[in-house]
Design a protein around this ligand. Structure first.
Ligand SMILES: [Fe+2]
Ligand SMILES: [Fe+2]
Length: 231
């Protein structure tokens, strides 16, 4: 594991242990904040993003401490966005909350700024783009969890949360209101998920995205013909 070197008497092992202790502390704090989260953006999503960050981060020469802490905190503002029906940006709010959590950790200023930047820039719709390696890996990991088999499952979980229909073939997907009864898994695929592959930033992320995209594309083709009763 590539971690930022810290000044410790015992060398590499102490460095590794110190990093993992910071990550462990954040994990315990973050998990508590997800106790009442909805299924599509719950603690399990955070853990999947965390594992993808470990995977992609190994290939991208990142500060693993910054990356893993960012992964654990990236959706910490989500309940604020949900309770405002999408009006409040969870990435911005998440960075505000994260600032208080990380200030107790033995991080330097640059690491703190990097974590807050990664959280602020992880959102697909955001105008704040990821600039650091760690922010790019977090962005990719979060987007990868929205495509492929997991992505399809999450799209319908989310549609269920807002009381949406299974499918809505008579309506132009571009004109459907998100968070409404007309907001289907297929709309999410057409408007957002089908475009994610082309937004992935890292080499390892692109490799994973190709396979996940192909699976999802095949799923929705099949879904449409089954829905029409053709097969
Ligand atoms: Fe998010
Ligand atoms: Fe997320």
């Amino acid at each position: 594991m590539s971690v930022k070197k810290m000044e410790t008497a015992g060398g590499e092992k102490d460095t590794f242990d110190a990093v993992m202790s910071s990550v462990g502390r954040v994990k315990a704090i973050a998990q508590k904040r997800f106790e009442s989260s909805k299924g599509s953006h719950d603690w399990d999503h955070t853990l999947r993003v965390y594992r993808l960050c470990e995977h992609i981060g190994k290939a991208e020469d990142v500060d693993m401490e910054v990356l893993l802490i960012s992964a654990l905190l990236h959706d910490i503002g989500r309940d604020h966005q949900d309770s405002s029906n999408g009006k409040m940006c969870h990435a911005k709010k998440g960075a505000e909350i994260a600032r208080y959590i990380i200030k107790a950790l033995p991080l330097d200023k640059k690491q703190e700024q990097n974590i807050l930047h990664a959280i602020r820039s992880h959102r697909f719709r955001s105008t704040c783009l990821p600039k650091t390696r760690e922010a790019k890996v977090l962005f990719d990991a979060d987007k990868l969890d929205a495509i492929g088999a997991v992505g399809v499952a999450r799209a319908y979980l989310f549609a269920g949360e807002v009381g949406a229909r299974l499918h809505n073939p008579d309506i132009d997907v571009e004109r459907v209101e998100p968070y409404s009864r007309e907001d289907t898994g297929f709309r999410e695929f057409k408007v957002k998920l089908s475009k994610i592959r082309d937004r992935i930033l890292t080499r390892e992320g692109k490799k994973l995205a190709e396979k996940r995209h192909a699976f999802m594309d095949a799923f929705f083709k099949r879904f449409k013909v089954e829905y029409e009763g053709v097969r």
